[in-house]
Design a protein around this ligand. Structure first.
Ligand SMILES: [Zn+2]
Length: 234
């Protein structure tokens, strides 16, 4: 493992849909104040701010059903990271980079601009378990929240389709059906393999964790220990 004495870290989280990446990010924010960002969240933030050319450009693309281009996503992530790293000790990136092309651009940006320990946190999970989790998943419809829950949860509010974080309404994602789930898991596995190969070839630390356990707190605990142990070796 590469040891470094940077006092900041940047972690990109890889994990199949249903492995709890979003929930982990929220938990780390609540428990340890670790900042997280995802391009989707950032795009929604810019659009809802309604300020600047970028907001107009994004709103237009989204309303016309266009995907935001990779170049634009790269730019949005770079700008936000630069801003966040001024004050944050560490940042978790959720859902970025998604392709080897993006990872290349991202690493060259980091080399040039960012003094931080960079590592990749890969959450591994059993495929049957993921399929089961995804088919029972509920997501908060409030775009600013998007917390996820399970239909199997014993929370009374969740059973009434109410978000525990923001009181928003919970719903099933449109593509959380058997064909959609299989397709997303297949695509994800392919992407993960390519990205992990790329990171390892480029000397980036890749840490793998078992996400089969239902407890997101156990994952959050493991994550915080990695960050703390990295600080203590300096
Ligand atoms: Zn919510």
């Amino acid at each position: 493992m590469q040891k470094s004495c940077f006092n900041k870290f940047l972690c990109t989280v890889l994990g199949p849909p249903g492995a709890g990446k979003g929930t982990l990010s929220l938990r780390l924010r609540d428990l340890y104040g670790i900042m997280s960002m995802s391009p989707g969240e950032e795009i929604r933030r810019i659009v809802s701010s309604g300020q600047g050319d970028l907001s107009v450009q994004l709103k237009e693309a989204i309303s016309m059903g266009h995907l935001v281009s990779d170049q634009l996503v790269d730019e949005i992530v770079r700008n936000r990271l630069t801003e966040l790293l001024l004050s944050a000790e560490g940042i978790i990136l959720d859902g970025y980079p998604r392709t080897v092309e993006q990872a290349k651009t991202f690493l060259s940006f980091l080399k040039e601009k960012v003094k931080a320990r960079v590592f990749v946190f890969v959450i591994k999970a059993d495929r049957n378990l993921l399929e089961k989790r995804m088919s029972n998943r509920l997501i908060c419809k409030n775009l600013g929240c998007q917390a996820t829950y399970s239909k199997l949860s014993d929370s009374e509010r969740v059973s009434q389709n109410i978000c525990e974080r923001c009181d928003g309404e919970l719903a099933v994602r449109l593509d959380d059906n058997p064909a959609g789930i299989k397709n997303r898991l297949d695509k994800y596995e392919d992407m993960e393999q390519q990205l992990v190969n790329f990171y390892e070839q480029n000397g980036i630390e890749v840490l793998r964790f078992n996400g089969d356990e239902p407890s997101v707190d156990a994952l959050a605990d493991t994550f915080s220990k990695i960050v703390i142990s990295a600080e203590s070796v300096c």
